[in-house]
Design a protein around this ligand. Structure first.
Ligand code: FAD
Length: 486
């Protein structure tokens, strides 16, 4: 009798470079499954934008598996052992995930499978290095990025070469009454059509991921180190949604980039690899600090005096703060499901420092709107921007959105694209329309407070208020920090 092997797809929605899938294919006739398990995820069930992406990814995966993908909804802890028993599976395989709730749940499922005598294959397919394999000489986890990358990752065995997609898969005959449901009944597609622009922007498929990688390697990698700061330039890869959903592995990206890039230190390839390693660092932090999405890593920030201003939060979410580059970023996020990293830092700093709204509010909005929403990267980045994380931006680093705009969107292409009501303003006033003379505003068709909002806060005053609030936590003053570094 043919042995049956179940591969449980989770955040590895691809066939290529998927070691756990390949092992299952080698072990027996394949039953490929996916489970939408919203309950176990608690407040981090799949967000709105990612649900749209997930629907399309599952369509693509099912196409590649010739219609054999089985979908279920409910508690994975019940479904996986039930299917293993029903099919008499020899083994169940999956690619490891590192979210604390998944680690706990997967452990419980592994124990159940073991007690049933079913083999369980859990392999890495989402990270370049497993979080527990990188540690300091004293075996404690890293808290600072540069030594984590240079001494930890780069001194460790290199990421394995990617493996090819399994060929000639033998599928197991599915049982009609095994509880599988149709894709449409998972309810992943939005009920209102806010995703129309995303439909035209993203090719949500494994082949699409490889195309995006190729486009980046042939056009964006050269000049990445500098170019990645400019939101209107095409120097970033836009691979993050594919990585978050597992349509491409970091190994595939690492090795493909290494094949075409110049290997000298501090060049574009080195920099691109270090950004991939920031993702690894986020997972390292999450693995060793499971509270990362909810609690500041630095204890004293638990007492921070956040402001309660729901109106400001709404203005920020809707791109109506009256600060042009902040509004451009927030509108890019809503329309495309993506936001350029430079602008994520600007809008994040504005939220937590100028508005003094709790970073967890920003984290939650990003979680819902980002196609690349990723528990490790999102929480670690919000903690970084707030100054309360590991190796974080110092609390007194408050991005000035006017200067950031003038430096990184000098010609205004990005801001004009997403804030078209300011498109006719001269460059000089694009990032600070409140300084423009009335005649200039009139000629550009701008009426502040009517066609475009007045700033919801004064940038200078709000910055000073933030610095005072941070100092109240016992933070050293900026002058003291600087003089101690001399
Ligand atoms: P590229 O520059 O092409 O980089 C390639 C890959 O490297 C990215 O896909 C990503 O996996 C990784 N990477 C690049 N920059 C970073 C970084 N600063 N930190 C961690 N990994 C990085 N990234 C997410 O993937 N999911 C999130 O939910 C997320 N939330 C963020 C929230 C805030 C407030 C900030 C400031 C950053 C956040 N990031 C997040 C990190 C970063 O902005 C994105 O990874 C990056 O913009 C993705 O675009 P890209 O693929 O074009 O990047």
């Amino acid at each position: 009798m043919t042995e049956i092997a179940i591969h449980w797809f989770r955040q590895d929605l691809r066939l290529g470079d998927n070691p756990a899938l390949t092992k299952a294919v080698e072990a027996g006739a394949l039953l490929p499954i996916f489970i939408l398990d919203d309950e176990a995820a608690g407040d981090h069930s799949v967000g709105g934008a990612r649900r749209w992406w997930l629907h399309k990814s599952l369509e693509d995966l099912n196409r590649q598996l010739h219609g054999h993908l089985r979908l279920y909804r409910g508690k994975a802890e019940e479904i996986v052992p039930r299917l293993a028993a029903l099919y008499g599976a020899k083994c169940v395989s999956w690619t490891r995930c590192y979210e604390p709730w998944r680690i706990k749940r997967d452990k419980a499922i592994a124990e159940q499978l073991k007690s049933m005598g079913c083999e369980n294959l859990r392999l890495n397919g989402s990270l370049l290095w497993e979080p527990w394999t990188i540690s300091k000489a004293d075996k404690t986890p890293y808290r600072v990025f540069t030594p984590f990358f240079r001494k930890g990752c780069l001194q460790a065995p290199p990421p394995p070469e990617p493996i090819a997609a399994p060929e000639g898969i033998d599928y197991c005959a599915a049982k009609a009454d095994d509880g599988a449901v149709a894709l449409d009944t998972l309810g992943l597609m939005p009920s209102i059509p806010w995703h129309k622009e995303m439909d035209s922007l993203w090719d949500v498929s494994e082949a699409g991921a490889l195309d995006v990688l190729e486009t980046f390697l042939s056009g964006g990698l050269k000049g990445y180190k500098e170019g990645r700061n400019f939101p209107a330039k095409r120097h970033v890869s836009r691979l993050s949604p594919y990585l978050a959903n597992g349509q491409i592995s970091p190994n595939q990206i690492w090795h493909a980039a290494s094949d075409v890039g110049d290997d000298a230190p501090s060049n574009d390839l080195d920099h691109f690899r270090s950004e991939l390693a920031w993702r690894e660092f986020s997972y390292h932090l999450l693995f060793h600090n499971p509270d990362l999405p909810h609690q500041p890593l630095q204890e004293k920030y638990k007492a921070f005096d956040w402001v309660d201003a729901p109106g400001w939060l709404t203005a920020w979410q809707q791109g109506q703060t009256g600060i042009p580059i902040v509004d451009a970023g927030m509108r890019e996020l809503w329309r495309t499901g993506y936001m350029h990293n430079r602008v994520r830092m600007i809008v994040g700093s504005f939220l937590v420092k100028n508005l003094r709204l709790d970073w967890r509010l920003g984290e939650a909005w990003f979680w819902d709107c980002l196609l690349d929403a990723d528990l490790a990267n999102n929480s670690a980045s919000w903690q970084w921007i707030s100054g309360c994380g590991a190796d974080a931006a110092p609390y007194f680093r408050v991005f000035n959105p006017v200067l950031q705009g003038e430096k990184f969107d000098k010609a205004g292409d990005y801001t004009r694209h997403y804030v078209p009501e300011l498109a006719d303003l001269p460059d000089k006033f694009l990032f600070k329309p409140w300084d423009a003379p009335l005649l200039v505003l009139k000629e550009a068709g701008v009426s502040l407070g009517k066609t475009y909002p007045m700033p919801i806060v004064d940038l200078k005053q709000s910055r000073e208020a933030a610095l005072l609030a941070f100092q109240a936590l016992g933070e050293t003053s900026p002058e003291e920090v600087l003089s101690s570094q001399r």
